[in-house]
Design a protein around this ligand. Structure first.
Ligand code: NAD
Length: 462
């Protein structure tokens, strides 16, 4: 009901209004709920240091099971509670702890509300949520109200109500609420972020990110088919955070710039209905999620971002990750490469205007040197080696967990705050609004409610 009221307000508030000093925005406005009296933003939130971080993991399917193994290999961590609807998943997770020589965790299983007992436990500092998407926000909100920090898998929230629920609860309780966006910790992304912050790319004016992953081999592995069902019911970019996260960091979103509006277009839905027919003999009359969804965003500073979603076409995996700057260019998929200002240009070849290949990626040897020189300061040899050993998408999952625990142990602000979560997740409901309205521009709200220009850049606290 609440959702329906929200969407009605959203759709009836189409009008023209001023944006910045020079531009006029014509599109669908997205309301911003008023902040309650006495409630303040949580930018750079610091909390009491926790030398030992006691964790409850809720959701122990494919992803949650690997989190058990990763987190228990970090010093100063105790996995105190394990929870899943399915008993066998909880038992398996405790077996993992045993194999790693760790004490057994308290077990919770049996029904879909059992997690409520977990967030109320007094011997827990952090609730780590790895269920399917629909349970994320409600668990996160209750956990913060029960006095716990929360880390929630991607996407942490699906609707504007859920997103504002997490923002408001984090602001009210002064508890951390971090989305477990691992892709910002991949080595190429971290190194490139450092290069951007050192000015190597000049002003980053355009970014491209994506989630392109043919999921056919995995569809049958999800608990109760939750992922296919969500795609069947929803148009829009339903999994945007891997693509947009690292771009927003490089563009200092809510640290000097902000996302202003988006427009979205999608193709017909062919691949997933075909999969359902061929593999499960199910005739689907209406499948909402188009095979390929493209979203364009413009920022307050006048930069642009392109985000794509495709989980069905026979394409190589790609998160794109491409940054165009005034002095340089970075590209991760399908080949990692940098082009910098004049350095990539063969001046002899450039004399011929018809030669379209004069500006090239830097030679591999120079690129290697650059990547070594600009390795992100949070990564040293020891951490890199351990991340590669523990693994998780080549090590980035371990670096994410390590950073979360490091900051909690030291009482430092986390690398990603609840506003990052909100900005990256809001593409889910807002692209759906754009698509249902003929690709109208849709306003992206300032989740900091006025503080987007307070910080100057993203800092990884040390
Ligand atoms: N960051 C990444 O690279 C990455 C990779 C894979 C998955 N994920 C995310 O991880 C999450 C889980 O995905 P998955 O692949 O493990 O799915 P999955 O279907 O394998 O696991 C989901 C688990 O949640 C449990 N569950 C559902 N509702 C619950 C409830 N109310 N209480 C307790 N347990 C409940 C189910 O029993 C199941 O074991 C999703 O949000 C997904 O997007 C992220």
């Amino acid at each position: 009901m609440k959702n329906k009221i929200f969407i009605t307000i959203l759709l009836t508030s189409i009008f023209i209004y001023g944006y910045g000093e020079t531009r006029t925005f014509q599109g669908i406005r997205t309301p911003i709920p008023r902040r309650m009296k006495g409630q303040n933003d949580v930018l750079q939130l610091t909390c009491t240091p926790l030398p030992l971080v006691r964790i409850a993991i809720i959701g122990l399917g494919m992803r949650g099971s690997s989190a058990v193994s990763r987190l228990s290999q970090i010093d100063g961590v105790e996995i105190s509670a394990l929870c899943d609807i399915r008993e066998e998943q909880v038992k398996k997770a405790n077996q993992t702890l045993k194999k790693l020589g760790k004490p057994a965790a308290q077990e919770f299983y049996g029904n879909e509300n059992i997690w409520k007992k977990v967030t109320e436990l007094s011997n827990i500092d952090l609730v780590y949520v790895v269920t399917d998407w629909k349970a994320h926000a409600k668990i996160g909100i209750k956990a913060m109200k029960d006095g716990k920090h929360v880390a929630i898998e991607v996407p942490a929230a699906l609707t504007m109500d859920e997103i504002w629920g997490l923002v408001n609860t984090s602001e009210q309780t002064r508890k951390h609420c971090m989305q477990l966006e691992n892709c910002v910790y991949d080595f190429f992304e971290l190194t490139t972020l450092n290069m951007v912050q050192q000015g190597l790319l000049g002003e980053v004016i355009h970014g491209e990110g994506a989630y392109i992953h043919a999921l056919q081999p995995y569809w049958d592995k999800y608990w109760k088919d939750w992922r296919m069902r969500y795609n069947q019911k929803h148009r829009g970019d339903v999994y945007p955070t891997h693509g947009i996260g690292p771009i927003c960091q490089a563009m200092n979103i809510h640290r000097g710039d902000k996302l202003n509006y988006l427009i979205s277009v999608d193709t017909r839905a062919i691949g997933n209905p075909q999969f359902l027919k061929e593999k499960r003999n199910i005739d689907v009359k209406e499948f909402q999620n188009g095979d390929h969804t493209s979203t364009l965003i413009r920022t307050e500073k006048g930069n642009t971002i392109l985000i794509e979603h495709n989980v069905t076409s026979p394409r190589p995996y790609s998160r794109m990750y491409q940054l165009t700057g005034t002095k340089g260019f970075a590209n991760k998929y399908p080949v990692e490469g940098y082009a910098l200002d004049i350095h990539g240009i063969d001046l002899e070849e450039a004399k011929n205007h018809e030669n379209l290949s004069t500006h090239k990626f830097l030679p591999e040897s120079i690129q290697k040197e650059l990547m070594q020189k600009y390795r992100h300061p949070i990564v040293d040899d020891k951490l890199e080696a351990k991340a590669q050993k523990v693994g998780g998408h080549g090590g980035m999952d371990f670096i994410m967990d390590y950073r979360l625990i490091y900051c909690l142990q030291k009482g430092l602000p986390l690398d990603m705050d609840v506003y990052d979560l909100a900005e990256w997740c809001c593409l889910i409901p807002l692209t759906e609004v754009s698509l249902k309205n003929g690709s109208m521009p849709v306003e992206i709200p300032d989740f900091t409610r006025g503080a987007w220009n307070k910080l100057r850049k993203l800092e990884f606290a040390k």
